[in-house]
Write a protein that binds this ligand. Structure first.
Ligand SMILES: O=P(O)(O)OC[C@H]1O[C@H](O[C@H]2O[C@H](CO)[C@@H](O)[C@H](O)[C@H]2O)[C@H](O)[C@@H](O)[C@@H]1O
Length: 267
């Protein structure tokens, strides 16, 4: 595996940006409802989106409704629930569903099973379920066993481990496929993808972006397929700020040196 200790360089060009949310754009919190993206960072994202012709998307395990809430007042292309939900630049949505009876059965069986493990929490996302044990670390093994049991009972489900969470999501869904779909559409197509994430669910995204010759950045420790690493969320904010300044500088250099026409199609 490649050495990934290096901080990503500052670069410019025809870029498309993909951001994970929890642990990347927002600090991990004891409870999912406590998470926020600081206003200055949301504004920076909007600026980057404008600079890249709208080629900036959030790629998250959260639902799209949650992503819109966290990104307010801005409105970005989104992939939610690890790619089971997707909203393109034209606001067309692409949603993978599970049969209603499977969702109802899972809701009932999981909520009943979790009663035996105080401190655990069920997050229902329509076509996926997150079994949280951050407040009940003693229950980790039991939660994994329960999730595994459900994937055996419902073969249309896949298991997705994360930070103090095990998720059940539709089989075949991952962040890599979501990024691939965006990269086949305007305004992403033809650009170099940049993907930043922190967790196991982001590895499929790293693999896809590496295959497309893009830039992959892991936040925090742990083995990864990403090419670069940033130590923590604060370093992500810092790097994004510097990258934005760098791109703006390049842009004004071009304006000064080559005239306005040469800007069309870049950034
Ligand atoms: O793909 P992401 O944007 O990184 O989302 C992954 C999951 O994030 C949330 O759970 C995680 O963050 C919580 C808040 O910091 C934390 O309390 C929890 O332990 C983490 O697992 C979210 O609740 C999930 O739906 C996302 O799939």
């Amino acid at each position: 595996m490649a050495e990934v200790s290096s901080v990503p360089p500052l670069f410019s060009g025809n870029l498309a940006f993909f951001f994970d949310l929890d642990g990347t754009l927002a600090e991990i919190k004891p409870h999912p409802d406590q998470v926020y993206i600081p206003a200055a960072v949301r504004t920076l994202l909007q600026k980057m989106s404008v600079m890249s012709g709208g080629a900036l998307a959030l790629i998250s395990g959260r639902s799209m409704a949650e992503l819109d809430r966290l990104a307010t007042p801005f409105h970005f292309p989104l992939a939610g629930v690890h790619g089971a939900e997707r909203r393109d630049i034209n606001d067309n949505t692409h949603i993978v569903t599970l049969p209603e009876q499977v969702v109802a059965a899972l809701q009932q069986q999981l909520s009943t099973a979790l009663l035996a493990f105080p401190g655990t929490e069920l997050e229902a996302k329509g076509m996926a379920f997150a079994l949280h044990y951050r407040q009940a670390p003693y229950a980790q093994q039991a939660i994994f066993a329960l999730a595994q049991q459900m994937t055996q009972r419902y073969p249309e489900l896949a298991l997705q481990p994360g930070k103090c969470v095990v998720e059940l999501k539709p089989l075949g869904i991952n962040k890599g496929s979501a990024i691939r779909s965006f990269m086949q559409e305007a305004p992403f197509a033809g650009r170099t993808p940049v993907f930043i994430g922190d967790d196991l669910t982001d590895e499929a995204g790293f693999q896809q972006v590496n295959a497309l010759g893009g830039v992959t950045i892991k936040v925090g420790v742990g083995e990864t397929m990403a090419k670069y690493r940033l130590a923590n969320v604060r370093m992500v904010y810092h790097w994004l700020g510097r990258l934005t300044q760098h791109i703006e500088q390049q842009k004004s250099d071009i304006l000064r040196g080559e005239g306005y026409e040469s800007l069309s199609g870049s950034l």
